[in-house]
Design a protein around this ligand. Structure first.
Ligand code: FE2
Ligand code: FE2
Length: 175
């Protein structure tokens, strides 16, 4: 553990480690949510969304890795037991209620919005006080914002396609 790395942080280290472990737990749950979602997904545009879920799962795992490394640099210990992830996470794991694309997209959209608020909170906490954690948090925040945008775009595309199909069906009925 780096002594200087800890000394230059002008924040309550205990509080910072606590919130970083919350984020760490949430990243593992987000990873699994995408991973299992990619396995069970079906429906319209399913294969496209499945590919994106797999990509997102990989990115959530990278976030967990970055947070774990930072926790250790600050002299803390990342949560060691998976059973602690659900206890500590405030962005909860959304058990898939349906294997339909839209349902899974909506659940993951909610999770991304929660992740955005978590990294916004960490950025606010660290701004001007812990440059390194701030840098990591802002990097992750940018990716969570992209994730939210991806799902909003997919949901909008699906809506447009549905409207389009309805119009085609109506046209066929009048011919
Ligand atoms: Fe993440
Ligand atoms: Fe994300």
């Amino acid at each position: 553990m780096g002594q200087s790395a800890q000394k230059i942080v002008s924040l309550d280290n205990g509080k910072l480690l606590e919130i970083l472990n919350v984020a760490f737990a949430e990243e593992w749950l987000a990873y699994y949510q995408y991973w299992i979602g990619a396995k069970i997904i079906c429906g319209f545009m399913g294969p496209n969304v499945q590919e994106e879920f797999e990509k997102h799962a990989k990115e959530e795992l990278e976030h967990a890795e970055k947070i774990a490394t930072r926790i250790i640099q600050l002299g803390g210990v990342p949560l060691l037991a998976p059973s602690d992830w659900e206890k500590h996470a405030k962005c909860k794991y959304e058990v898939p209620v349906d294997d339909d694309v839209v349902s899974l997209l909506k659940q993951n959209l909610e999770s991304e919005r929660c992740a955005i608020s978590r990294y916004q909170q960490i950025c606010d906490m660290c701004f001007g006080k812990d440059h390194e954690t701030y840098r990591i948090a802002i990097e992750i925040l940018q990716e969570e914002i992209d994730h939210e945008q991806d799902w909003e775009n997919f949901l909008a595309d699906i809506k447009r396609c549905e409207a389009c199909l309805k119009t085609i069906n109506n046209c066929e009925q009048t011919i």
